[in-house]
Design a protein around this ligand. Structure first.
Ligand SMILES: O=P(O)(O)O[C@H]1O[C@H](CO)[C@@H](O)[C@H]1O
Ligand SMILES: O=c1cc[nH]c(=O)[nH]1
Length: 236
């Protein structure tokens, strides 16, 4: 049974999904980290690769960029393909000086200017948060890793080119660690489906100091620390 955006049978997708934004990163994860990875869907160039990690079936599939794109894939995966857990392995812009480029952020909450926080319950902005079990497993797995790991709120922005210094300054004053474009949408989809989700992000650039920003190639390839944390959270 295919959906408009995923063309395979429900059994072709594993209950655990690694979800970067970038389809090339999803393919790289499948080729380097999954055993016997098979391409099971490729609608619109968004490949879904299913294989195994330590004997457990896992699918790697991209979300594309932004809450609308992610929401399509996460909704169909949870609703139609029996997916139980999705872990986003993404990039973000670091906000405070205490977070350096290449550091890892585990998103314990996601503020957003997307309507995804407000459309479900009239007059209420939902608190968008990850699965506690996945969050705890990720934090445990992060201990002793090579990169600094930060745990805290991120800002899911509806615009890559938007949100001026005032927005970022105000978010920084509220302890927000990074800015990206999907985590709040993922947490909202998991909430609606009664399923689990987490976002583990690698800082690809710094909003206060752009001198060390990653290149496009590095944004595709430099995520191994975040990936291992994400795998631990999925398998927990
Ligand atoms: O690297 P990914 O996972 O795509 O994440 C970040 O990069 C994209 C913007 O360049 C947005 O999707 C943002 O959330
Ligand atoms: O959405 C994003 C992703 C990476 N870096 C940013 O500044 N914003």
């Amino acid at each position: 049974m295919s959906t408009p955006h995923i063309a395979c049978e429900p059994g072709d997708i594993a209950p655990l999904v690694i979800m970067p934004g970038d389809p090339k990163r999803a393919e790289r994860i499948a080729r380097t980290r999954l055993t016997d990875a098979k391409l099971v869907s490729d609608v619109r160039g968004i490949g879904a690769w299913t294989g195994h990690i330590d004997g457990t079936p896992v699918t790697a599939m991209a979300s594309g960029m932004g809450v609308p794109s992610l929401s399509i894939y996460a909704t169909e995966l949870y609703r139609d393909f029996g997916v139980e857990r999705i872990c986003r392995v993404g990039t973000c812009g670091a906000i405070p000086r205490s977070v350096a480029v290449r550091d890892i952020i585990i998103a314990s909450a996601a503020h957003t200017n997307s309507s995804v926080a407000t459309i479900n319950v009239p007059g209420v902005a939902l608190s968008l948060a990850p699965s506690f079990d996945m969050l705890r497993a990720a934090v445990d797995a992060a201990r002793g890793g090579e990169r600094a790991v930060h745990v805290g709120p991120v800002f899911t922005n509806d615009f890559f080119y938007g949100g001026g210094p005032d927005t970022i300054g105000a978010l920084s004053a509220l302890g927000t660690l990074g800015v990206e474009m999907e985590a709040a949408g993922l947490y909202a989809c998991a909430l609606a489906a009664g399923k689990e989700a987490l976002a583990v992000l690698t800082a690809s650039d710094h909003l206060m100091d752009g001198s060390g920003d990653l290149t496009a190639e590095e944004r595709e390839t430099l995520f191994s620390g975040a990936l291992e944390i994400a795998i631990a959270a999925l398998l927990a």
